[in-house]
Design a protein around this ligand. Structure first.
Ligand code: PBG
Length: 329
């Protein structure tokens, strides 16, 4: 009780503040998302994601070596698929010589110790821009699962350490885990996007991969029949516990900052590591405000990353990973 206790004593200098600080950020906290395109010598900035790029395979090796040198040891790969290779079933996703499969090998050749995670979902491969197969105006769950399992197996065969299903079909973790076990890939991890919300914060990402749901008659133009309703909290725990039962090694909440209540619920409810995806829209908002001179970019970035970790994230997939690590020095 005051004046016996004065809380400000522990804030009087940076030395004491750092001594009592509960959360600190290190390069170990990050997963770095990378966007890969066909071609050579290509490093194109994504218009809605300033200072973030799509890169061709010949530049990818150099990029991951640079990340490794900074202490960033995990990447999450996404590919931009040429339109002529897209179809409803996402057939290109299981091509053993597809862009993703080649990208995995490039990363492993350049930097064998780098942890390679891969996005597993049909949207970049789908002519409809959906994460699953479209039939009779619906996203067909079980047909999609079979393809996602084959896709995961193909990534594992190419050398992926962890597959990351981001599609939100029911039962896909079980299908993927079963096929990986049957084929002897006992050590391939699954990081499940277990509580993934139907969020408008994904806009810039869909620009990056040209993967937005298409405007086609009788096909839903949003992902609300599989991604979660952002009004729901308890459901996130249910989704996540089911994915763990089905064989997920790591679970995820996505997006980040607007969902920190969910992060804490899940952290308290599970016994596996929790990842948070700080998504493209979160990145774009801060870049835009900072470009206007309205926010201090580095200070807000660090505050947001710290808040995500404080909420309960064991790891954060973030487009700010390099910026943060440079700032930490
Ligand atoms: C694909 C996928 C998406 C993101 C990650 N994987 C987009 C979506 O579900 O529409 C979003 C990432 C971001 O916005 O940064 N299923």
């Amino acid at each position: 009780m005051y004046p016996l206790r004065r809380n400000r004593r522990l804030r009087t200098s940076e030395a004491i503040r750092s001594l009592v600080r509960e959360i600190s950020i290190t390069p170990n906290d990050f997963i770095v998302p990378l966007f890969v395109v066909e071609g050579t010598g290509i490093k194109e900035e994504i218009p809605s994601m300033p200072n973030y790029y799509r890169q061709s395979l010949d530049l990818l090796g150099k990029e991951v070596k640079a990340l490794w040198a900074m202490g960033l040891k995990s990447v999450l790969l996404f590919v931009k698929v040429p339109d002529n290779l897209k179809d409803n079933a996402g057939t290109e996703a299981i091509n053993p010589d597809g862009l993703m499969q080649r990208a995995i090998k490039v990363v492993k050749d350049a930097c064998p110790e780098m942890l390679v995670m891969t996005d597993v979902a049909l949207d970049p491969y789908s002519s409809y821009g959906h994460d699953g197969v479209v039939g009779h105006g619906q996203i067909v769950n079980d047909d999609t699962n079979a393809i996602l399992a084959e896709m995961s197996l193909s990534h594992a065969k190419a050398g992926a350490d962890i597959v990351a299903p981001s599609d939100m079909m029911d039962g896909r973790i079980f299908e993927i885990r079963t096929l990986l076990e049957d084929e002897g890939f006992y050590n391939t991890g699954i990081m499940s996007y277990s509580a993934k919300y139907a969020s408008a914060f994904y806009g810039p990402f869909r620009d990056a991969l040209d993967s937005a749901p298409a405007d086609i008659q009788d096909v839903p133009k949003n992902k609300k029949t599989y991604q979660m309703d952002f009004a729901n909290r308890d459901e996130a725990v249910k989704e996540t516990l089911m994915d763990i039962e089905e064989g997920a090694d790591i679970v995820m909440v996505k997006p980040g900052l607007a969902y920190l209540d969910i992060v804490r619920d899940i952290r308290d409810a599970v016994d596996v590591p929790v990842a948070v995806y700080q998504v493209s829209g979160e990145y774009a908002m801060l870049k835009a405000a900072a470009a206007q001179g309205w926010l201090d970019h580095d200070a807000v970035m660090l505050e947001q990353i710290t808040a995500i970790k404080r909420a309960g994230a064991h790891m954060i997939a973030s487009y700010f990973a390099k910026d943060v690590v440079k700032l930490l020095g």
